[in-house]
Design a protein around this ligand. Structure first.
Ligand code: NAD
Ligand code: TYD
Length: 341
């Protein structure tokens, strides 16, 4: 299968590229990525350096909002499927500066859908998030029919793009499938998100900024389990359907932070409670029973093992971290954290 991946230089997209090329020797991937602050070709150096993989891989730098580029690329490559990861993916950034979120997540998805309306593919998998269900009271778990109740510009734009994608199935019969995953973690994660930010701050012996009381709950999914779930949807999912992909592992943020400090060998005195995120969703929880029942997929990595592997990866890849954390990263860090502390 030839797959056009959007956003394949980011955290989850690059894991999908690496694992798909490694697991399926018949696969070929074209990666379209704008290389925003979150896109990093170093995440794909293992592919570029692998003689069994590099001939089945092509990188194209470009924007999913560029309709003529999409037309040209679809004509040239004629992919069987598109897996659409490209997005502005961080809630805090979406609060400080919503414009890029609406440009990429909504207009970009719309531009892509219009492109495949003219140049059909066999599958279009739209990658979304459990954040579209908003904050749930315990012990509720959202299934795919749960109402959408978004809180941040990020989640609102993702929910909008989900509905847009599904409307192209209903109206134009395009082969759209939507996945909604819980919080991912693992190697190559940009250190603006909770787990990599806390790991890298712990190694640097600088404060770990916990929003509010730290009692918010997220469900944690190891990124390779997420990629396996996406492949299950791509190969076995039903068109026009939504599939939740969860890790079955709900934890309070403060518990995650304590485990990171323990794993990194740093003291709990590094924890610093800071002003809460505006509109902060207290609890996310989903069930992926539908995906498990229809495809046999299940998350394989325990949180304990996944966190240990992730901490070890950051320990072993400090040059990657140093490059990612230089320059513009520190400007965002200042903007997001200076007024909080
Ligand atoms: P990321 O921020 O690490 O990567 C996003 C990638 O998209 C980057 O490589 C960036 O350069 C690229 N990109 C951004 N705008 C683009 C544009 N206009 N055109 C082309 N490329 C563009 O994000 P991620 O964490 O890997 O998330 C990938 C997808 O998964 C997103 O759609 C996100 O909403 C979804 N998701 C993320 C999580 C999570 O925990 N990170 C959970 C569920 C769903
Ligand atoms: P994040 O990784 O931004 O993912 P999301 O908000 O999309 O779930 O945040 C995960 C949780 O961690 C969320 O409840 C906010 C919290 N958090 C902090 O307490 N401190 C931080 O510095 C960050 C980035 C997040």
């Amino acid at each position: 299968m030839k797959i056009l991946v959007t956003g394949g230089a980011g955290f989850i997209g690059s894991a999908f590229v690496r694992t798909t090329l490694a697991l399926d020797p018949a696969s070929r991937i074209v990666n379209l990525d704008k290389l925003t602050y979150a896109g990093n070709l170093e995440n794909l150096s293992l592919v570029e350096g692998n003689p069994q993989q590099r001939d089945r891989y092509r990188f194209v730098k470009g924007d999913i909002c560029d309709a003529s580029l999409l037309e040209k690329l679809l004509d040239e490559e004629q992919p069987d499927a598109i897996v659409h990861f490209a997005a502005e993916s961080h809630v805090d950034r979406s609060i400080h500066a919503p414009t890029p979120v609406f440009d990429t997540n909504l207009r970009g998805t719309f531009t892509l859908l219009e492109a495949i309306r003219a140049r059909p593919v066999k599958r279009f998998v739209h990658i979304s998030t459990d954040e579209v269900y908003g904050s749930l009271p315990a012990p509720a778990e959202a299934d795919e029919q749960y109402p959408l109740r978004t809180s941040s510009p990020y989640s609102a734009a993702k929910a909008g793009s989900d509905l847009l994608a599904l409307s192209y199935f209903t109206t134009y019969k395009l082969p759209v499938l939507v996945t909604r995953a819980s919080n991912n973690y693992g190697p190559y994660h940009f250190p603006e998100k909770l787990i990599p930010l806390m790991i890298t701050n712990a190694f640097d012996n600088v404060p770990l900024p916990v929003y509010g009381d730290g009692r918010q709950i997220r469900d944690w999914l190891y990124v390779e389990d997420h990629c396996a779930g996406i492949r299950a949807v791509l190969n076995q999912g039903r068109e026009g359907e939504i599939y939740n992909i969860g890790g079955n592992r709900s934890l309070e943020n403060i518990e995650v932070v304590r485990r990171i400090l323990e794993g990194a060998g740093r003291p709990e005195s590094l924890i610093k409670y800071v002003t809460d995120r505006p509109g902060h969703d207290v609890r996310y929880a989903i069930t992926s029973e539908k995906l498990e029942r229809e495809t046999g997929w299940a998350p394989l990595m325990s949180f304990e093992q996944g966190l240990e592997k992730t901490i070890q990866w950051y320990r072993d890849n400090q040059a990657w971290v140093a490059r990612v954390k230089s320059g513009a990263y520190m400007q965002f860090y200042e903007l997001n954290y200076s007024s909080r502390t």
